[in-house]
Design a protein. Structure first.
Length: 1017
């Protein structure tokens, strides 16, 4: 059974953060220099992360946080960007800087993220290892795993990697140490930073919790269960101000309803995906858009990555060979099962059928933990793990790299897509296996071996990370293009001024989200979270809209319908856009600019409508032409507006050609708004109509809008599938559409209420602690404490004491079960050893110290002399009193037979209470454990723990009292003890055998063994 330790005063959190930050800085620095202070990668990073950060940072700084006109055809800003960055503390760090600086901040933010990931990974892993260098190594493995490097492509994924360990740490603190509040705060941070990943984290933590219960590490009580439930609800509720608007925005997205059916829920349809999942833990990651090892596994952009730098699976395999029953082993086996079964894999994404491995960072944390546990375990066969890793790596390399395949009439070797990259990955992997063998074969016995591993892992992390980035940049737009065209062209295009008019742009054969860089409303958008009405509209006209809006030029009727005026055509790309009605205007910043002669200003009226049957009968590619000619309404809306619209006859819409479109555009323009002004809260328009009409706006339909016409409330009609229209009377009218984010007020109220409850909850808890002070475990003492000295001498014989096991997370104490006749019943001794710590498996040399022994015969014993065996306990000292400002004790252990000493630093601070020596000697007591407590290293219930605790001798002999009498309360003061080599004469001497010394050091988590004598330091 493995139990996490409490946070100790010798932890190295600062080092964990700085090492991760420095390795990342070294990795990014060459590319920052090459990109002239920026950092550009390829794919989604260039076309989403940079423009999204710029747009959102500017919007927040200016207060434009409601309706955003630069995301697709318009979007709920909070609902659309809460997935990407709004809840990220890293994004909020950019707010003090000007928007123009944001692209320069991308690399520093990455360095900060990697530092935090290393820190939180270390924070969890350090609870299960003693050597902090190994904990630092675990943090680096977690931060720079294949998943972390792969997802540089997806900048916003690192928030989930960084904050996930907080959930586990806080759960450990709650279950093991009864610390309240931390879990609620961790839930709040994870839910706020990214709701998509939070859903998967909830599932994983539930599985983790069940596993910890099954291994006996957690003891669940009603009180603990209710505490976990309360803090979970409070954490989610405190994030409701962002979660509620985001949920209302996403729930309408048709992608969330795509569930598994049939055999596809049990087996992947593409068998290569199984190979891709296995391979990714033995090799550095492929580029997201160019899978190499299994190119037909359909894993593009799925984040299938899990390699640990340097160590690969060497430590994990060694751990799995030894970790029978260990909770980490169960976590890893269960994770593998979930990864291989489609419906189980989808459990981390609310059972959506789209394949993603974006939850792999969670088992990767446990791969890192298993690795360092194995490295610290002297009994683990690391060389066996290295051999197995080398064999599997070589087998995959040979099977893929040397397998013949047909390419036309030729037979070639290799199934990989990019042979040069394939063999580069193989070389990196095999080099790491060889390095691991060399290090463990020749350096393992060195005292600084963990640091050697740590430094080597950092070097490999930098090297393969830089290789990955370099390969990705070969598929990117050039640095000159991104700087000069994407970044610098904003606000510099020279176009005719169109005062009081609104228009959208269209970009042909350009970079995704190019117009977002330029801060222009546009119809080309690479953005996953847009209003459901936009997705429904594109689907109705035959355009697939999954993660991007990229309408083809064959659908030329779409452009006038949504008020596109300017078309930007990349002069170095395909210039044949093939749409009628465009006149060349100018060439600027590498783009030919064309003006749409069929442009219709935003907001125009109709005279007729078409019904659902007519709309469905029209070809998909011509339905936008139809919607320019007549407004499309469902049956109910058509009936409601039949008094001002005529039903279009089929004969009038049989020809939807280019000439008809031009005529219809002129007709719509003649009844369009002469004024249209968009803003953060919606828009204001003005129009002059000869009669009452239904005025259409190509603004996505959203429940957050309310409309007024001439100051009076007006009903918003859903028109042309996904847009809005409103009835406007004859004459000059002012139309106002006001927008407020749906669910924002409700979310704020819930968050404020939850915060108030949380503060009351913590206040009650702190008041209860004040009235019921707990004896703090030694690990909780202030870090500012200074060490004192406590001398313990090793003898050959000891009396038998009993272990009194208490509840989980409470101290188990050494006590004597019986007292000699006439002696007071022994009180609790000063040993503090956790129950879980006593249950750890003992090394072979320590097991001899806990073999069953028959209780020795009671007999009178002379007062022990210094360095002589002590066979009795005169009167055990009372439990040590913990002083909050006291110092941690440093103990010096010396054996009489062997003068060589070892030093053990005990992370505790005690003020020993002097014991009153008893003149008579009680018989040694046997140990019979209480029901339900059986140490894992001993299947039998009867075990004896040997130890003796002897206080300094009295200054003068004290007459022995009669056996039946209690020691007189006014007895003379004891004589002074003989001089002993100790720094504090008031410190007690504790006599134990060498074997018991090893046993206690192993069992008691307070002791950190240091073989250097204090005077030698």
């Amino acid at each position: 059974m493995m139990t996490s330790k409490k946070l100790k005063t010798n932890e190295r959190y600062g080092q964990a953060f700085l090492i991760g930050l420095v390795v990342a800085a070294v990795m990014f620095l060459p590319f920052v220099i090459y990109d002239r202070g920026y950092f550009f990668f390829f794919g989604d990073f260039n076309v989403q992360q940079i423009p999204f950060y710029k747009l959102a940072q500017e919007a927040v700084r200016t207060g434009d946080i409601y309706w955003n006109w630069f995301t697709d055809l318009g979007a709920n800003f909070i609902g659309s960007y809460s997935f990407y960055l709004l809840g990220s503390p890293f994004f909020w760090l950019t707010l003090p800087f000007p928007t123009a600086w944001v692209p320069y901040l991308m690399a520093p933010l990455f360095c900060l993220k990697f530092g935090v990931i290393s820190l939180t990974g270390y924070g969890y892993i350090t609870r299960f290892v003693k050597n902090k260098d190994y904990a630092l190594l675990g943090g680096i493995l977690y931060a720079f795993s294949g998943f972390g490097i792969y997802n540089i492509f997806f900048n916003h994924f690192h928030e989930a990697i960084a904050f996930f360990p907080l959930l586990l740490i806080s759960l450990e603190e709650l279950m093991m140490n009864k610390r309240r509040g931390f879990f609620a705060v961790s839930v709040f941070i994870c839910a706020l930073s990214n709701y998509f990943f939070f859903a998967g984290q909830v599932m994983f933590v539930i599985l983790y919790f069940i596993i910890r219960l099954s291994t006996g590490d957690y003891k669940l009580t009603v009180n603990k269960f209710l505490t976990i439930a309360l803090e979970s609800v409070l954490g989610v509720a405190m994030a409701a101000f962002l979660l509620v608007p985001a949920a209302l925005a996403v729930i309408q997205n048709p992608r969330v309803d795509d569930f598994f059916t049939g055999w596809s829920a049990l087996f992947y349809g593409n068998v290569q995906r199984y190979g891709a999942i296995l391979q990714t833990f033995f090799f550095p990651p492929d580029l997201p858009s160019r899978p190499n090892f299994f190119p037909d596994g359909n894993v593009k952009w799925a984040s299938v990555a899990g390699w640990l730098p340097l160590v690969s699976m060497c430590g994990v395999i060694a751990f799995m060979q030894r970790g029978r029953g260990h909770f980490v082993k169960r976590v890893l086996l269960l994770s593998l099962t979930f990864a291989l079964v489609p419906i189980l894999n989808s459990a981390f994404f609310l059972f959506n059928s789209s394949y993603y491995a974006r939850w792999f960072y969670m088992p990767i944390l446990f791969l890192s933990l298993a690795t360092v546990i194995a490295f610290e375990d002297k009994e683990a066969d690391i060389l066996s793990g290295i051999r197995w890793t080398g064999f599997i790596t070589a087998a995959i390399a040979v099977a893929i790299g040397l397998m013949p395949k047909k390419d036309g009439d030729k037979t070639i070797l290799g199934l990989e897509e990019y042979p040069d990259r394939f063999w580069l990955y193989v070389g990196i992997s095999m080099l790491c296996v060889v390095l691991m063998y060399f290090l463990f074969r020749f350096f393992k016995e060195r005292k600084n071996f963990p640091r050697i591993l740590l430094v080597t892992a950092c070097i490999i992390s930098f090297a393969y990370g830089a290789t990955f980035i370099g390969l990705g940049k070969t598929h990117s737009y050039s640095t000159d293009y991104i700087i000069n065209t994407a970044l610098n062209a904003r606000d510099n295009f020279k176009l005719p001024e169109t005062k009081d008019q609104f228009w959208r742009a269209d970009v042909y054969d350009g970079m995704d989200n190019q117009a977002m860089y330029w801060h222009l409303p546009n119809i080309q958008a690479f953005h996953s979270i847009v209003p459901a009405s936009v997705m429904n509209f594109y689907e109705s006209i035959g355009i697939e809209r999954q993660v991007a809006s990229r309408p083809e030029t064959s659908n030329y009727g779409l452009r006038p319908l949504v008020s596109v005026r300017w078309l930007f055509v990349n002069k170095d790309g395909n210039r044949d856009f093939g749409m009628p009605g465009y006149n060349y205007y100018d060439t600027q910043y590498g783009y030919e600019i064309y003006e749409n002669t069929n442009y219709i200003p935003m907001g125009f009226a109709y005279d007729s409508y078409v019904d659902q049957v007519q709309f469905n009968n029209a070809p998909e590619s011509r339905r936008t032409n139809l919607m320019v000619h007549s407004i499309y309404l469902d049956w109910e809306t058509a009936d409601r507006n039949a008094d001002i619209l005529t039903h279009e006859e089929d004969s009038n819409i049989s020809e939807l050609n280019e000439e008809q479109l031009a005529d219809d555009c002129k007709a719509r323009t003649s009844q369009s708004c002469y004024y249209f002004k968009p803003d953060n809260y919606g828009f204001t328009a003005a129009i002059n109509l000869p009669s009452e009409k239904l005025v259409f706006f190509s603004v996505p339909y959203d429940s957050g809008f309310v409309a007024t016409v001439n100051g009076k409330p007006a009903r918003i009609e859903k028109a042309n599938v996904g847009f809005m229209a409103v009835r406007v009377p004859a004459g000059s009218s002012t139309i106002r559409f006001e927008y407020f984010t749906p669910g924002l007020y409700e979310g704020i109220y819930v968050s404020l209420g939850a915060l108030l409850i949380f503060l009351v909850y913590m206040g009650i808890w702190l008041l209860w602690l004040r009235k019921h002070p707990r004896q703090l475990p030694p690990e909780e003492l202030p870090e500012s404490s200074e060490p004192q000295q406590l001398s313990l001498y090793i003898d050959d014989e000891m009396p038998t004491l009993a272990v009194d096991p208490l509840a989980e997370s409470e101290p188990a104490t050494f006590t004597a079960d019986t007292a000699a006749p006439g002696q007071p019943k022994p009180r609790q001794l000063g040993a503090y050893v956790s129950r879980a710590a006593l249950s750890k498996p003992l090394p072979p040399q320590a097991q001899a110290a806990v073999q069953p022994q028959a209780p020795p015969q009671a007999e009178a014993a002379p007062e022990p002399a210094l360095h002589e065996p002590a066979s009795v306990i005169q009167e055990p000292a009372a439990a040590p009193t913990v002083q909050p400002n006291a110092a941690p004790v440093q103990a010096v252990f010396e054996a009489p037979a062997e003068p060589k000493a070892v030093s053990a630093t005990a992370n505790t601070a005690v003020s020993p209470t002097p014991a009153t020596p008893a003149p008579a000697a009680p018989a040694p007591a046997s140990f019979v454990p209480k029901s339900g407590f059986v140490p894992s290293f001993n299947p039998a219930p009867e075990r004896q723990f040997n130890a003796s605790f002897v206080r300094p001798r009295p200054a003068s002999p004290t007459p022995a009292p009669t056996p039946a009498a209690e020691p007189p309360k006014n007895a003379e003061a004891p004589a002074a003890a003989p001089t002993v080599p100790q720094n504090d004469s008031a410190s007690p001497m504790q006599r134990i055998t060498p074997e018991q010394f090893k046993t206690m050091l192993y069992a008691d988590d307070r002791f950190i063994v240091d073989p250097t004598k204090p005077e030698e330091k």
